[in-house]
Design a protein around this ligand. Structure first.
Ligand SMILES: [Fe+2]
Length: 135
């Protein structure tokens, strides 16, 4: 049931693509940990790791956009989507904390995270790749 990273998700900027692959791996670890019924401590370790990784990843992208002089409106829209991610993420974590054994949780986390990721990569991160290639 693992999520697969497929080539159609490639942005064309190595630093971004490498981290995206890694992110999918961490999301898989989280889903598997919850699915297996791992203890709260175990799951929270993966949650904390995912949080740190996403923070690092978002700031890497934001630094890159500044470095390549990405248009301000696009930069701000991109940053806004990153902020939206944290809202969705916190909501999911709260749901987990309230009801760690909820049978719907894994599907919900999977749908929300994968939905956000696919949409963001295809529409927003790929625009960075296109901008870099155009330069
Ligand atoms: Fe992004």
């Amino acid at each position: 049931m693992d999520i697969k990273f497929t080539d159609d998700l490639l942005v064309g900027v190595d630093s971004i693509d490498t981290q995206h692959k890694e992110l999918i791996g961490i999301i898989n670890n989280l889903l598997n940990a919850i699915n297996r019924g791992d203890g709260k401590d175990e799951v929270e370790k993966v949650v904390a790791f995912l949080k740190r990784y996403v923070e690092t990843h978002f700031s890497m992208e934001e630094t890159l956009m500044k470095r390549i002089k990405y248009p301000t409106d696009k930069y701000l829209e991109h940053e806004r989507q990153h902020t939206d991610f944290w809202e969705k993420y916190n909501e999911l974590i709260n749901q987990y904390k309230k009801d760690p054994r909820s049978p719907l949780l894994v599907t919900t986390i999977k749908n929300v995270l994968v939905g956000w990721f696919t949409n963001h990569v295809n529409k927003t991160d790929k625009a960075i790749g296109a901008f870099v290639r155009k330069k």
